[in-house]
Design a protein around this ligand. Structure first.
Ligand SMILES: *Cc1c(COP(=O)(O)O)cnc(C)c1O
Length: 384
């Protein structure tokens, strides 16, 4: 279908394509001067804090855990509504993810429930800013301070988001971003970590390249076990170009999100569906970077499931996504004793959440088409 609207699509301008071509022709394509330039630009963006880049967001978070010294026997408090990478990296360093239920309004970890989950083994809190909406950062860091915990922010979706006028990443402890193709700023694949000190940054650098240390021209040693998680110059130049485009992309996302609220409310009203409990996101146009626009379907009021709604939207040329089912329902996690019933809000939202298309390249008309398509389907399946 030619006018199919995917749930997301990256934007690359001609300048980006030219910059990639230049790197490919330069003779040096892997980590080199462009990576250094990108890291310096990111550091400036985050108010001068040290920043290092990695091959993807997953590697970035794993290295953050290693930098914080988290491993065997440690517990990390996190949310069940995230991309599974969040808790997979906790398992991969030998630690145990402890899932705390979510706040149904923000769909982020419920900070009021965090303290009850702290044990003598708890070492860190790993919040996720779903769809780019941050948690209450004052509350988060007051809990961390009081209980002497590290914070590893999974800000994968929150590049460009803010808290009280400050950029996410420009303050706090370890802050991890993803530059995967669907994210607001992409390097195709990639990620970056904002750290506290140059000492932490040096450790992160070692961990991304086999644990290698260099002294002088021919001195080489390995003193910790590292992996192969470096970002290439090809990816880095894409990031440099995206950083220039970010304010434009950001404004477009916010404008489209605004239109969604208006269009959906108008459609519900004209369909006389004011009693339909379709839940919209928190309408926060200062803090969120509008990474996604997600609604909660009122499944109890419908005679069909989410899959049916998605299929019918697809038939109208509208792509949607599910971000995310509760991690505790996955076989790997069930086999380790986790239960979706332990976090009932996450369970409910994991079943009803639906991501509508939102990306800078969308046309204004697309929003109206999606809102009327969605409301039409909901009206058809409304039980009354
Ligand atoms: C994208 C994402 C990640 C992982 O990033 P990758 O670059 O895909 O490895 C982790 N957590 C969240 C919440 C994400 O959205």
């Amino acid at each position: 279908m030619s006018n199919f609207i995917p749930f997301t699509r990256p934007s690359f301008n001609q300048e980006t394509i030219d910059a990639v071509t230049e790197v490919l022709r330069s003779g040096w394509v892997t980590s080199g001067p462009k990576l250094a330039e990108f890291e310096a630009a990111l550091s400036t963006y985050f108010g001068g804090r040290p920043v290092r880049c990695f091959a993807n967001g997953t590697a970035t978070m794993k290295i953050a855990l290693q930098v914080a010294g988290i491993g065997e026997g440690d517990e990390v408090i996190t949310t069940p509504i995230s991309w599974v990478a969040t808790s997979n990296v906790v398992l991969s360093v030998g630690a145990k993810p402890v899932f705390v239920d979510i706040d149904p309004l923000t769909r982020n970890i419920d900070l009021d429930k965090v303290v009850a989950a702290i044990t003598p083994k708890t070492r860190a809190i790993m919040p996720v800013y779903l769809a780019g909406l941050p948690v209450d950062m004052d509350h988060l860091y007051s809990i961390a301070k009081q209980h002497n915990l590290r914070v590893i922010e999974d800000a994968a979706q929150a590049f460009g988001s803010q808290w009280k006028g400050k950029k996410i990443g420009s303050f706090g402890d370890l802050v991890s971003f993803s530059f995967q193709a669907n994210k607001n700023l992409t390097t195709v694949e990639g990620g970056c970590l904002v750290l506290n000190t140059e000492t932490e940054a040096k450790l992160a650098e070692k961990l991304r390249l086999q644990g290698l240390t260099r002294q002088g021209m021919d001195g080489m040693d390995v003193d910790v076990l590292g992996g192969k998680d470096n970002l290439t110059d090809v990816n880095a130049v894409i990031g440099l170009q995206q950083l220039k485009q970010l304010p434009t992309y950001q404004a477009r996302r916010a404008a489209l999100a605004h239109q969604y609220f208006d269009a959906i409310r108008t459609e519900l009203k004209s369909a006389s569906l004011e009693n339909l409990k379709l839940e919209l996101p928190v309408e926060n146009f200062t803090d969120s970077n509008w990474h996604m626009f997600q609604v909660l379907l009122p499944l109890e009021q419908l005679n069909c499931d989410r899959g049916q709604v998605m299929t019918e939207l697809k038939d109208l040329g509208i792509g949607t996504g599910v971000h995310y089912p509760a991690i505790t329902g996955f076989t790997l996690y069930k086999n380790q004793g986790y239960k979706t019933s332990d976090t009932p809000m996450a369970d409910r939202i994991g079943h009803s959440i639906l991501t509508l298309p939102l990306f800078p390249g969308m046309a204004d008309e697309d929003i109206g088409r999606i809102a009327s398509g969605l409301v039409g389907i909901l009206k058809k399946h409304y039980k009354n």
